[in-house]
Design a protein around this ligand. Structure first.
Ligand code: ADP
Length: 152
């Protein structure tokens, strides 16, 4: 049975922290789907097409990493894709508290799907997409925050 994990997020834009989690998880699962959640009530800075293209370029040499978009509940999308794992990254205790609620409710709804957490590499723990957007808006240096494939 093939082990498929979904890595859901907004990726607005994808950062070095996200990339590190996906690459480390690539050897733990047969396939990882980086899934951009499209939520009509949440506004984004970058278009979903743009976000998807960046992620595809970053992982173009990885045969077991795919990029897709989805709407609706993550567990429903997992069932559609035959994925039994949801991959998430943990930076801080605040992340843990946030993820705990989502992960426990997802498990309540669907016992067949486990959420798997990887701790961020220490050097990436201060990085978030919202900080990247702020630095970008103010013309700061993004080279230590985002991969070279994200051309802003
Ligand atoms: P969401 O919109 O669900 O918060 P994000 O795109 O912000 O999505 O994040 C997707 C996942 O990546 C989450 O599990 C988040 O905790 C994780 N993540 C975000 N930034 C980092 C980082 N710097 N290091 C490790 N994991 C991260």
């Amino acid at each position: 049975m093939s082990k498929i994990a979904i890595f859901p997020g907004s990726f607005d834009p994808i950062t070095l922290g996200h990339v590190s989690i996906v690459k480390r998880a690539a050897s733990l699962f047969d396939k990882i789907i980086v899934a951009i959640g499209v939520n009509s009530t949440k506004s984004s800075m970058f278009s979903v097409e743009q976000r998807k293209e960046w992620i595809e370029n970053i992982f173009k040499d990885y045969e077991n990493i795919e990029v897709e978009t989805y709407t609706g509940l993550t567990i429903n999308y997992c069932k559609k894709k035959g994925a039994k794992y949801i991959l998430r990254g943990l930076r801080t205790s605040a992340d843990f508290e946030f993820e705990r609620g989502i992960g426990q409710v997802n498990f309540m709804m669907e016992k067949e799907i486990e959420t798997v957490f990887l701790l961020t590499e220490a050097k990436y723990s201060p990085i978030s997409s919202s900080i990247v957007r702020d630095v970008y808006k103010n013309g700061g240096d993004l080279s230590k925050l985002i991969p070279a494939e994200v051309i802003l």
